[in-house]
Design a protein around this ligand. Structure first.
Ligand SMILES: CC(=O)SCCNC(=O)CCNC(=O)[C@H](O)C(C)(C)COP(=O)(O)OP(=O)(O)OC[C@H]1O[C@@H](n2cnc3c(N)ncnc32)[C@H](O)[C@@H]1OP(=O)(O)O
Ligand SMILES: O=C([O-])CC(=O)C(=O)O
Length: 376
């Protein structure tokens, strides 16, 4: 037996299907709102650090001073790249995608974690914090390896976002740049049952371990219809080069039947709730760093896409050029998304585990009817 009863509707891509409840975040397309545990993401993005938002997603509440201090102490103590993990990553060819490096690192960290098979909430949250703390050093090591630079040790005096920038670039940029970067991390942290989170929940639903769930989530995020779009946006902008070329480029893409990365969304139809906040951060970074060319391309693409297709940008559209202006190589953009989304993914792993049901939908069989194997 393989399938749904005859005549039952197939919902391709599970579009419009409600598969479970969640208390982690809510997306309301009608009012264009996104809340994490009840708090509007715009407010979190302007007033919270990445660590505070991670605590909120994991524990349901923003941390008080003591809880934040405890989280920061634990996070800062686990930042260093362990030699055994580094050795495993060094075996990967430098030509592989940085998301492959991240995916491998999560897998290796899981294989080495003595709590890997402990599934109680305390152990799950400790593993979540451990991944959140350790993955920035993985990305920074890879960013610098590709540039032929030596790794930079983490600095325990710095917050999560500042330390990530410090490990990638060897210095912490100006406060405006750090704030814009932190805004992107907060906006990227969580988004209900998106494809990568759903992948993590599917793996968790089989009672597999948290690292396996996050490894699957990293794989799902890599694709350009999901997190890979922030990288693809920058490839397009670099190809376009000048604002005057943007309109013609976009019309040619549409005429060729190609999707324009950074536009459209499965849930939002009238624009992504996170775009205005990220766009403001992008404009500030562009003004401070001489990036008006990218703003011009951004505005022209958004204008023509709305005119031609009535489709709005998603978060990846302003995040891509912001990361470029901050100095990141394009291939590092999706890993940055992943580092932040680790908090959301793992909050969902804990939630799935607390009230589990194996996720196993039906299919409608359309292959050949039953037949006998011919004599051989
Ligand atoms: C943070 C994130 O992960 S946000 C998503 C990032 N992904 C991207 O930016 C990739 C580009 N966007 C897309 O491919 C889509 O908008 C998706 C995958 C995000 C959502 O797609 P779906 O909900 O499945 O919408 P669907 O694919 O049915 O599109 C509806 C229509 O809009 C069109 N459309 C949607 N997005 C785009 C786009 N970016 N460029 C061109 N056309 C588009 C489709 O071609 C389709 O047109 P049709 O009805 O004439 O065939
Ligand atoms: O919700 C989605 O489908 C994709 C998305 O915006 C995200 O994961 O942030």
């Amino acid at each position: 037996m393989s399938g749904a009863p005859a005549g039952q509707e197939v919902r391709k891509g599970l579009a419009g299907v409600v598969v479970d409840t969640t208390a982690v975040s809510e997306v309301v397309p009608e009012t264009n709102s996104l809340t994490y545990r009840g708090y509007p993401v715009q407010e979190l993005a302007t007033s919270c650090r990445t660590e505070e938002v991670a605590h909120l997603l994991w524990h349901g509440e923003l941390p008080d001073a003591a809880a934040l201090a405890a989280l920061q102490e634990a996070e800062r103590a686990q930042r260093a790249l362990e030699p055994a993990v580094r050795a495993a990553l060094e075996a990967l060819p430098p030509s592989c995608h940085p998301m492959d490096v991240l995916r491998t690192a999560v897998s290796v960290l899981g294989a080495r974690d003595p709590r890997a098979e402990r599934h109680d909430p305390d152990a799950e949250l400790a593993k979540a914090l451990s991944l959140f703390a350790r993955l920035p050093a993985v990305l920074a090591w890879d960013v610098r390896r590709r540039r032929g630079q030596d790794p930079v040790e983490p600095d325990p005096a710095l917050g999560y976002a500042e330390n990530l920038l410090h490990m990638c670039f060897g210095e912490v940029p100006d406060a405006g740049s750090v704030r814009a970067f932190e805004t992107s991390l907060v906006l990227y942290a969580e988004h209900s049952f998106n494809a990568s989170t759903f992948a993590a929940r599917v793996v968790t639903s089989t009672l597999a371990d948290l690292h396996s769930a996050v490894t699957a989530a990293v794989g799902a995020l890599k694709g350009p219809l999901h997190g890979g779009a922030n990288e693809a946006v920058m490839h397009a902008m670099l190809e376009i080069g000048e604002p005057e070329r943007a309109g013609a480029w976009l019309r040619a893409e549409l005429a060729a039947g190609r999707r324009v990365m950074g536009f459209g969304h499965r849930v939002y139809r009238n624009g992504d709730s996170r775009v205005p906040t990220m766009e403001a951060a992008f404009r500030e970074v562009a003004a401070a760093r001489g990036g008006q060319r990218w703003v011009g391309i951004y505005e022209e693409l958004a204008r023509v896409m709305l005119e031609e297709k009535g489709i709005h940008p998603n978060l990846d559209f302003p995040a891509g050029p912001t990361y470029h202006l901050l100095g990141f190589d394009t291939a590092a953009f999706t890993p940055l998304f992943a580092l932040s989304r680790v908090a959301g993914w793992t909050a969902h792993v804990v939630e799935q585990r607390r009230s589990n049901a194996l996720i196993r939908p039906l299919s409608s069989y359309v292959g050949p009817p039953q037949r006998s194997v011919p004599a051989r």
